[in-house]
Design a protein around this ligand. Structure first.
Ligand code: PLP
Ligand SMILES: N[C@@H](CCOP(=O)(O)O)C(=O)O
Length: 465
């Protein structure tokens, strides 16, 4: 499989190259040159297949040329062997139409583990032959950071610098990152928003002074391998609900647009997906883009769903590229305009193609809490506030055929956000035993201003050259 940049000016890479490169050097994001196709019979043959094998079969076309089938299967078995649920991503029924796809059984209790447990192993495999270590630089609003750190802590040939917005992640999210004592882990709290952190990370990929001395890698969803691994659970859920003979819709709590874009990829591969519902909090740039064609940056608001407090949504670029017929030159011009004006009007063709598959819904804090109460009182499920944003959006879809099952992605364990859970249902969600110990450990974190030079210089000084 070959991978091309959305902006058309970066080298075409294979899967190994794209995994180690992260952001394309023209500022774009990598995508497969073409979407692999699964026929009706090939999808039917995946029914009942255990998760690690399903993962290897769904991902095989994307890794072809860089990993053998046997190697890929062995990596999937290792990656998912540590999940605390036998089904890895179990499906739970809420009522006749609504389901939850629980994605929080990995070591750090959020959906990020599904991709990052595998990515850590892929790094290790591909770095065996390299002489220089890979310096991972990432930005997190809470969950990517802990999952990525867990995936690479103590591994050879790799070190990680993770930026998070100071005071804007939950205490548990922060401790999951800052209590890891491995020498190859560096946490940086910046006095700014997640968007400030993400913008700095992207700028570092284009900073020759840095890239000439360090091999920089990505764990954020700018890295194609992240999205690839997330495609699998759409297959897992749809197969259980009757695919390929029955369609399913998915409601996805959204921030950086990676998770819902993985659903789009599953649909492009042949999975019968009726609709993808983009669920946002008050940071509703995506809802405005999908509904009104207006992708323009607003103020960043702190909410009870901090992981989704995102304005500039990395993976929306991938969808814009798809929706303009993969015209890289025109996309590059659109993104340049967005870079300077912070506003991007979608053209009519982009709007039409996006509307054909995506709906968008925004949840207020009260609607979020109300969805948590409904899940608890009517269905006996304790859900986290991010999942609740998705569930609220799912239950607003009156235009959907009631015979179509709607799956809300349950993106985090409720214990990661105990205050919001208590506010909604007056119950303190207990931390699972496997992570309880983070509450006693010492924290390690550098606090820096939201200043590009200060952060770049700190990383440059600390990194292994
Ligand atoms: C718990 C949780 N839900 C939802 C999201 C949004 O996912 P995405 O950024 O892939 O849109 C995130 C962060 O990415 C998250 O951590
Ligand atoms: N919500 C995310 C933000 C980063 O998103 P990513 O999917 O691009 O890594 C987080 O928890 O850090």
């Amino acid at each position: 499989m070959r991978y091309v940049s959305t902006r058309g000016q970066a080298p075409v890479l294979d899967f190994e190259g794209v995994t180690l490169t992260g952001l394309a050097n023209d500022g774009g994001l990598y995508l497969p040159e073409e979407w692999p196709q699964f026929s009706h019979d090939q999808i039917a043959a995946l029914r009942g297949v255990p998760y690690p094998e399903l993962a290897a079969r769904v991902m095989a076309p994307f890794t072809a040329g860089s990993l053998s089938q046997d190697d890929l299967l062995a990596l999937c078995q290792q990656a998912y062997g540590g999940f605390s649920h036998a089904a890895v991503t179990p499906l739970v029924q809420l009522d006749e139409q609504h389901w939850l796809l629980e994605l929080f059984y990995g070591p750090t209790l959020a959906f990020k583990d599904v991709a990052l447990q595998l990515l850590g192993l892929l790094f290790e495999r591909f770095l065996e032959k390299r002489e220089r270590p890979l310096t991972i630089i990432g930005a997190t609003s809470g969950d990517t950071g802990s999952a990525a750190i867990d995936a690479v802590a103590g591994r050879k040939n790799v070190e990680i610098f993770m930026l998070h917005p100071e005071g804007r992640v939950s205490d548990i999210q922060r401790r999951q990152m800052t209590t890891v004592s491995a020498a190859n882990v560096h946490n940086i709290a910046i006095a700014g928003s997640f968007d400030d952190a993400q913008a700095m990370v992207k700028r570092m990929f284009a900073d020759r002074a840095l890239t000439d001395t360090l091999d920089i890698g990505a764990v954020n969803s700018i890295n194609w391998a992240r999205l690839m691994a997330q495609v699998v659970y759409y297959f897992a859920a749809a197969l259980q609900l009757g695919a390929p003979d029955r369609k399913a819709a998915f409601s996805v709590p959204t921030g950086n647009f990676g998770d819902v874009f993985a659903g789009y990829v599953a649909q492009k591969m042949g999975l019968p997906v009726e609709r993808l519902i983009v669920a946002t909090n008050k940071n509703d740039i995506l809802a405005r883009a999908i509904r009104d064609g207006d992708y323009s940056v607003g103020e960043s608001h702190a909410t009870i769903t901090p992981s989704m407090d995102i304005q500039v949504s990395s993976n929306f670029e991938r969808l814009l590229f798809e929706a303009n017929g993969r015209d890289a030159a025109s996309l590059a011009a659109q993104m340049d305009g967005f870079g300077s004006s912070k506003t991007l009007p979608l053209d009519p063709a982009q709007r039409e193609r996006i509307a054909a598959m995506f709906s968008a819904e925004r949840a207020t804090p009260e609607q979020t809490l109300e969805a948590m109460r409904w899940a608890h009182q009517a269905c006996g499920e304790v859900i986290d506030p991010h999942t609740a944003v998705g569930l609220h959006a799912a239950r607003e879809q009156n235009a959907l055929d009631p015979a179509v099952p709607v799956v809300t992605l349950a993106t985090a364990h409720p214990a990661k956000f105990p205050d919001a859970v208590e506010q909604a249902i007056d119950l303190r969600a207990d931390l699972p035993k496997r992570v309880e110990r983070i509450m006693e450990r010492e924290e390690r974190c550098e606090t820096l201003p939201a200043d590009y030079d200060a952060v770049r210089d700190y990383i440059s000084a600390k990194a292994t050259h």
